[in-house]
Structures are given as structure tokens and as C-alpha cells.
Design a protein around this ligand. Structure first.
Ligand SMILES: Cc1ncc(COP(=O)(O)O)c(C=O)c1O
Length: 396
């Protein structure tokens, strides 16, 4: 069967060299990113300080609008930052924890860096309640809904869990949160670009994510969506002059917040990262997340079937519609097998407590998936992983 999405393969140089199944960690670089980085340096060289007025200053919001189109956000409701951890800190800095409504509810399988941010706010009075998982893969929706109550301030959840690829029902969680006066922060890092996302329809209060993974945008371009209804009331304490109503007035003293999502900015943005990220967004938008999702569901299912046929454990949700773009395989001596796969040019990763994570993206061919699973079987049959040299790498 002809796969029309394979025509995009030539846009990604690394696909000629490797079997690239690691977009849940770092999406392949589109060749356009190099071009945009050259454009950045040429602009800096030729236009110098004038570049700020010619686009650089506006980039955190103009690039934010490009992300907005992928996640269903209205124009003017997404601000670019460096990463998710910072965006979560910025959101938290809008609140205090002195009153009864100081409970933070999230799944125990939340991304650890996000947990670190919330845990650090216990010192200011935040109460953290983790909703447990029975199987390390899924989080029961009923349990999540029942934990959100009148004392809940924020519900910072992952749309797709990094540990298992389980898709949470953000709309249902948001409806429950709003019923009791709580707010939802949706971490879209493992979904946007692979699974349809619609922050407006879900009615979430905040959303955040980054560009490194499914958006193929590289590091340094995290995004923060704030529902327009909150643009006039919240007063972030993580702030800076870009959030000021008149930054170039250089008024001393307390900040006068800008209207709109600009009030959720702080200092000088990471301009090169924003240049580098745009080709990925453009391509994902052009291919279309619905088409990416249709292909992803088919390929994820085929990995699951091949894995089961090989006797590998599958630590992904049972129902295809509950799975995001990656599959987690529980393979004996998984860490060593992962190292050997990487040595053979099959790029995947291994996470402790999870297993070998692998993911197709719109540029992946069925042959690559078959190759990866065949090699995994071969490695285990021959014990090749027992003599793979340990790299100096740090786990990526
Ligand atoms: C769900 C989720 N959130 C956040 C992150 C990364 O956070 P940060 O942008 O702060 O590095 C990841 C990266 O793996 C992730 O999977």
C-alpha cells in the first residue's frame, strides 16, 4: 500500500543514515532548520540591532501563533519560552497557597521535572496529591476525577504519559476541575504533533509543551498557552520587562503588565531556537495531525503485534485509541539491548521502570519497524548486547 506521508522523508537528512524511532525524545531535524539558522545569523550580521524591530522582539508571540494553530489555540494566546519546567513555574507564580484551595492534583506517572516544580512549592504551602496508577501504564479516569475537589487549585496533567504513552481524557478532567473551581494545566509535550489536541474545545486554563519531540523543532522552544479569559487577571511573579505594558519606557519599580498573553513573558527570548523550530511546525501543520495520527495508530498497532509475536512484553495501553505515538517494550536486559540497537543505528531509548521506548512518526516506513523488531530478536537470540561497549552518553 502506498504511504503518501513517506514523501516527506527526504526533508530529514538523518533518515538516510539511521532507523529513526525516537521522536518521543528528539524528533528528526528537518533540513529547513539549517536554512533558518543561517537566516538567523545572516540577519544578526547584516541588520544588527535593527533585527529586534524587524521581527525578533515579536517572535515569542508570532512563533507562538504557529504552535497555536497545531494545538487549537486562538491567535495571541501562546507565548514561547525555553521549556516546560519554566512554563510550569511561571504558571505557579500566578497563585499562592495560603487559603484552603491549595491542593495540586496530578497523576503519579507525571513527568518528573514537572513534579519537581510542584513539589518545590510545598515550602509555600502547596499540598500535592498524586493519583496512583495500578499498572504503571494507565491512570483510571474515575480516580482522577474523584480526587479533584473544592480544595483543588491546579490539576497539572500530561495529555500523553511519557512513561507509557497512555492518553488521558483532558476534556473530562477539565470539566470536573471547572465544576469545583479548579484549573487545569495540560502538558502536551508527548501529544502535540502526534495526537490531535484542541485546547479551546477542551477549555483548559493552561497548556504547555516543547518542540523537541513530535514537532521536530529542536531544543529551546517551549510554549505556554493561557486561556484568553485569564489574560487580564493573572499576575505572574516569574516576570520581566517583556511582560511590561511599555517595556521601552524602562519604568522603575513594580511591573505594569502588558495586555494579552505578553504578560506571561519575562526577559530576552531564545531567538535562534525560535528560528530553528519553525520548519518543524510548518511541516507538521502541512502534513496535518489527523493524518499523522491515522498513520501512527496503524504503525503503533503493527509494532505491538510484532512485539507480541516475538514474545516481548508490551507496556502500552491495551486499547489503540488510548495509545499515543510510542510503544514501550518490556524486553529482558532492556537497557543493554537498547544500547546494542543504538550501536546498530536503530535509534530508540530506554527508561528505567518503563522499558525500551520506540516510536514511528509520519516519516517512518513499515520496513524500518520490521527491521527494528527483527534486530531486537536477533540481539536477544545471539546475546550480542552482553558485549556492547557502554557509551559515555548520559541516557538520551
Ligand atoms: C511529558 C513531558 N513533559 C515535559 C518534558 C520536558 O520538560 P522540559 O521542557 O522542562 O525539559 C518531557 C520530556 O521528555 C515530557 O515527556
Amino acid at each position: 500500500m502506498e504511504d503518501p506521508l513517506l514523501k516527506w522523508r527526504s526533508e530529514f537528512p538523518i533518515l538516510a543514515e539511521t532507523t529513526y524511532l525516537v521522536s518521543h525524545s528528539l524528533g528528526a531535524m528537518p533540513r529547513g532548520a539549517r536554512q533558518r539558522l543561517l537566516e538567523y545569523s545572516d540577519t544578526w550580521a547584516a541588520r544588527g540591532v535593527r533585527a529586534w524591530a524587524e521581527g525578533w522582539w515579536a517572535m515569542p508571540l508570532s512563533v507562538g501563533d504557529e504552535v497555536g494553530r497545531i494545538i487549537g489555540a486562538a491567535a495571541g494566546s501562546v507565548a514561547m519560552h525555553q521549556n516546560v519546567s519554566l512554563c510550569q513555574s511561571l504558571i505557579l507564580s500566578c497563585f499562592d497557597f495560603a487559603g484552603r484551595r491549595n491542593k495540586i492534583v496530578y497523576e503519579s506517572l507525571n513527568f518528573p521535572s514537572v513534579m519537581y516544580v510542584y513539589e518545590a512549592h510545598r515550602a509555600l504551602g502547596a499540598r500535592i496529591v498524586e493519583v496512583p496508577s495500578d499498572d504503571g501504564v494507565t491512570v483510571p479516569l474515575e480516580r482522577m476525577l474523584a480526587t479533584i475537589d473544592e480544595e483543588t487549585l491546579l490539576v497539572p496533567i500530561s495529555h500523553v504519559l511519557f512513561r507509557s504513552g497512555f492518553i488521558q481524557d483532558v476534556a473530562a478532567i477539565t470539566a470536573r476541575a471547572h465544576e469545583v473551581g479548579a484549573m487545569v494545566v495540560a502538558d502536551l509535550y508527548q501529544s502535540a504533533g502526534a495526537v490531535p489536541v484542541d485546547v479551546t474545545r477542551w477549555d483548559v486554563d493552561f497548556a504547555t509543551g516543547g518542540s523537541v519531540k513530535w514537532l521536530c523543532g529542536g531544543p529551546g522552544a517551549g510554549y505556554l498557552y493561557v486561556a484568553p479569559r485569564l489574560h487580564t487577571t493573572l499576575r505572574p511573579r516569574v516576570t520581566g520587562w517583556m511582560a511590561h505594558e511599555q517595556p521601552f519606557a524602562f519604568e522603575p519599580g513594580a511591573i505594569r503588565y502588558a495586555p494579552g498573553v505578553a504578560r506571561f513573558l519575562h526577559g530576552t527570548p531564545s531567538v535562534p531556537a525560535l528560528y530553528a523550530a519553525r520548519p518543524g511546525y510548518e511541516m507538521v501543520a502541512e502534513v496535518g495531525v489527523e493524518r499523522i495520527r491515522t498513520k501512527s495508530m496503524r504503525q503503533v498497532q503493527s509494532i505491538v503485534e510484532r512485539a507480541r509475536a516475538n514474545g516481548f512484553g508490551v507496556k502500552s495501553p491495551r486499547e489503540p485509541e488510548q495509545r499515543g505515538g510510542m510503544v514501550i517494550l518490556d524486553v529482558a536486559e532492556g537497557e543493554a539491548v537498547a544500547r546494542e540497537l543504538i550501536r546498530r543505528g536503530i535509534l530508540i531509548d530506554h527508561r528505567p521502570g518503563a522499558g525500551i521506548r520506540l516510536s514511528p512518526h509520519f516519516y517512518t516506513s513499515d520496513e524500518e519497524l520490521a527491521h527494528a523488531l527483527d534486530e531486537m530478536r536477533l540481539i536477544l537470540n545471539t546475546g550480542a548486547h552482553r558485549s556492547t561497549p557502554t557509551p559515555k552518553a548520559i541516557g538520551f
